[in-house]
Design a protein around this ligand. Structure first.
Ligand code: SF4
Ligand code: SF4
Length: 360
């Protein structure tokens, strides 16, 4: 046996990388030793360490999907104003770190002049987070990532100011699996018809047991169609979730007319003050009108205006709705309340012990 074969085969660690080597040297030096911080203006964070060291972080919005030339341009700005120190947030905001206060204003001027709004801190509407969409995923029903820029165009002033009662986190999601998580306002695709099966392709393309197993309500069965092995869907059971499309593309569920958008409100991941919450459906059936989604933008702005006007300082969307109640929420936003807002699927109580629907 060779020496190499004698050695145990160790697993390759592929978790979160060590942040230290890439961290700004001043932040590394003062790691865990910060005294206080404040926000001198929207888009700027100022941290002071116990040692007296100071650092300013300037946050700017981007167009979300970044091409190479844009990234190079942003890196040039970082080289010029921030000694090359830059990082991206999970919502694709870009942050420049500077240790010389006199560089803050020229950097802001450069960013704004180059088309990158400075903001997104404190009680602002932060950049919309999105699921991967057509960039990486194989099942999206809409371009969740592409429309983020269009929607943020509508909310530009709210990004640059801190005038909301609390932070507002908006998410977009391109299928009902919603890998994006919870948001104060969430915009999710909603298929409204069962998949249409191309029986000529199923036998060659799909692993049928995998597709049958994928359906959460056991609506798919193997079937022989025109003498060929295929699948059939019990349309009475189907909840139009779209989960069967990835393992079996001939089960097409995306449809220009029947794939709609739904708006959900009141989700949050944080456990600050109140427990994390699931967002709840408030509007359904909006057209999937990419790239600007004007009908969605209208509803989002209506909800934001009501929240801004009525919520108490530091109330997140879910906390505001908990206080005023759902009937008042629908009154204030003038959104129609329909029978589809009420949960009538009992399976959730047994299987999931939770629900994302409005309860009365
Ligand atoms: S939301 Fe659905 S379609 Fe969009 S990236 Fe996530 S899993 Fe894929
Ligand atoms: S769309 Fe969802 S519920 Fe309907 S058949 Fe496919 S996996 Fe099942």
């Amino acid at each position: 046996m060779s020496e190499a074969q004698d050695k145990p085969r160790m697993p390759i660690e592929s978790g979160v990388p060590d942040p230290m080597p890439l961290m700004h040297p001043l932040m590394r030096k003062n790691y865990g030793k910060w005294a206080w911080h404040d926000r001198p203006r929207p888009g700027v964070l100022h941290h002071v360490a116990k040692s007296g060291d100071e650092i300013w972080t300037i946050k700017a919005g981007t167009q979300r999907q970044l091409d190479l030339h844009t990234i190079r341009g942003l890196c040039d700005i970082a080289d010029q104003f921030a000694d090359g120190h830059v990082r991206f947030t999970t919502r694709s905001n870009i942050e420049f770190m500077v240790i010389d206060q006199s560089r803050v204003d020229p950097l802001i001027e450069k960013l704004e002049g180059s088309g990158y709004p400075v903001g997104g801190t404190g009680n602002s509407v932060s950049m919309i987070s999105h699921t991967q969409g057509w960039l990486h995923c194989d099942i999206p029903g809409t371009d969740a990532s592409g429309v983020v820029k269009s929607l943020m165009d509508e909310l530009y002033d709210e990004f640059k100011s801190e005038e909301m009662p609390n932070r507002v986190k908006i998410t977009t999601s391109c299928c009902q699996i919603n890998c994006g998580g919870q948001g104060d306002i969430a915009i999710n695709i909603q298929h409204t018809k069962p998949p249409v099966i191309n029986h000529d392709l199923v036998a060659n393309v799909c692993e049928r047991p995998a597709v049958v197993a994928r359906c959460p309500v056991a609506a798919i069965r193997p079937a022989l169609v025109n003498g060929k092995p295929s699948l059939e869907v019990d349309e009475k059971k189907c909840i139009c979730c779209g989960a069967c499309y990835p393992p079996c593309p001939p089960m097409q569920i995306n449809d220009p007319e029947h794939s709609k958008l739904a708006i959900w409100v009141g989700g949050k991941h944080s456990s600050t003050r109140t427990k994390p919450t699931f967002h709840k459906l408030v509007v359904s059936g909006l057209p999937n009108n990419a790239p600007r989604w004007p009908e969605v933008a209208e509803v989002v702005k209506t909800i934001l205006n009501a929240y801004k006007e009525d919520a108490r300082y530091w109330e997140r969307m879910s906390e505001w709705i908990d206080r005023i109640g759902w009937p008042r929420f629908f009154e204030m936003t003038n959104l129609p309340f329909t029978k589809h807002h009420i949960e009538d699927w009992r399976g959730g109580r047994n299987a999931l012990n939770m629900s994302s629907h409005v309860h009365f």
